[in-house]
Ligand binder design. Sequence first.
Ligand SMILES: Cc1cc2nc3c(=O)[nH]c(=O)nc-3n(C[C@H](O)[C@H](O)[C@H](O)COP(=O)(O)OP(=O)(O)OC[C@H]3O[C@@H](n4cnc5c(N)ncnc54)[C@H](O)[C@@H]3O)c2cc1C
Length: 405
Amino acid sequence: MYHNTKSEQDCCGCFACEKICGTAAVCMQKDEKGFYYPVVDEEKCVHCGRCEAVCPMEKNYVGVSAEPEIYAAACRDVRVVKASSSGGVFSALCKWILKQDGVVYGAAFDENYAVSHMRGTTAEAFRRFRGSKYVESNISAVYQEAEQDLRAGRTVLLSGTPCQISALKAYLAMRKIPTEKLYTCDIICHGVPSQKVWKDYLDLIRAQYLAEGDQIQSVNMRSKQQAWESQELKISLKNGNIDKEVRDFSFNTLFHSLNLHRASCFHCRYTSYQRPGDLTLGDFWNFRQAKLSFQPDAGISEILVNTEKGKHLLEAVRKDLQMQEISRKDSWQAHLEFSSKEPAGRRAFWEEYLKAEVLSEKEQVLRKYMKGSLLTRLIRTAGPVLRKTGLYTAAGKLYRSVVKR
Ligand SMILES: Cc1cc2nc3c(=O)[nH]c(=O)nc-3n(C[C@H](O)[C@H](O)[C@H](O)COP(=O)(O)OP(=O)(O)OC[C@H]3O[C@@H](n4cnc5c(N)ncnc54)[C@H](O)[C@@H]3O)c2cc1C
């Protein structure tokens, strides 16, 4: 694990080792790229091994099911689908949790658009969890709060990336917290970018486009204004419209370049059908091949039902969804089989980025590396075409055997 190797790829920044430590010997500290890593105070450390046992990057991880039932689904309420990243299934789960007087933990923007996991008990709070935020979410606060909620007998839904869900479950198990009323939902994930670059990007937008008295009113990293599949970033200002400028210099394009990803994302051990959550949610990109009885109004979710609890949860929200079982073949997407490949230029990107002192220099580096490597660009361009022609899965498997190994 990271404590021994000090290799960036061995830490997913989940905070579990800091939280489980009984002597406060482990402290998560932010590095220059904006990612958290644990630092151990050797004087306080009693070498109990709890930090290693809880680590979701340790090799002992086993997911909950290799043969999940798989569904395509979309909320019947089109307004919810439009406001969500995929088919809005997550919002349907939240609605049910609200009826149980339960608690949801999800990723939300704060007032400065930094992303962290928050606790929510109201429909208003749940709306803040809606939509993908394409930056690493800080889950530090969730551990103790979820522990208290579960001890108090509340129904709890934890959502997040698979490494986060795996970490939270391991922590709760080691703390012997009752989990009968715990539901977990992980997302299909292809990596989390640096919060530091996201903050710099927003500072750049503010410096360039915000007139005196203006402010950013909302950020949507999966705007469906053009189309669900276009995955556009939309930044709304109080006065004026900067859609074109944001399209030309988009954080989403930077995200897809893969240069901003956390190092561990290139070695993700959760890119498989063996998931840590009761349910897994993603985009159902292969909808054209699946011959669905319903069409995507504004997005379709892919749902993996990994446990009996997941089955129960999905059954409880079924009436709110249009839903159809799909085959494993149709459900296939790259990040259910392999992790993102580290781009050749990533090291150079970070070297140049960290040398840049002022915002204008940072912008130059971001623009230079925005589109990613030739391979990344090729995959981004070919993806939608391959999906339309039904060749996406075959191409993905070919990519795996030739490039990824
Ligand atoms: C970084 C990232 C990468 C992704 N990559 C893929 C992919 O490769 N393939 C794919 O099919 N789907 C991917 N997704 C998932 C997809 O975008 C949707 O989040 C998912 O399908 C749920 O959509 P929904 O319509 O049901 O609900 P929504 O309301 O759109 O989803 C909200 C859910 O996402 C969680 N969430 C949002 N941002 C974050 C974050 N930064 N960290 C942790 N959890 C977060 C919220 O807590 C909530 O559970 C990714 C999501 C993220 C955040």
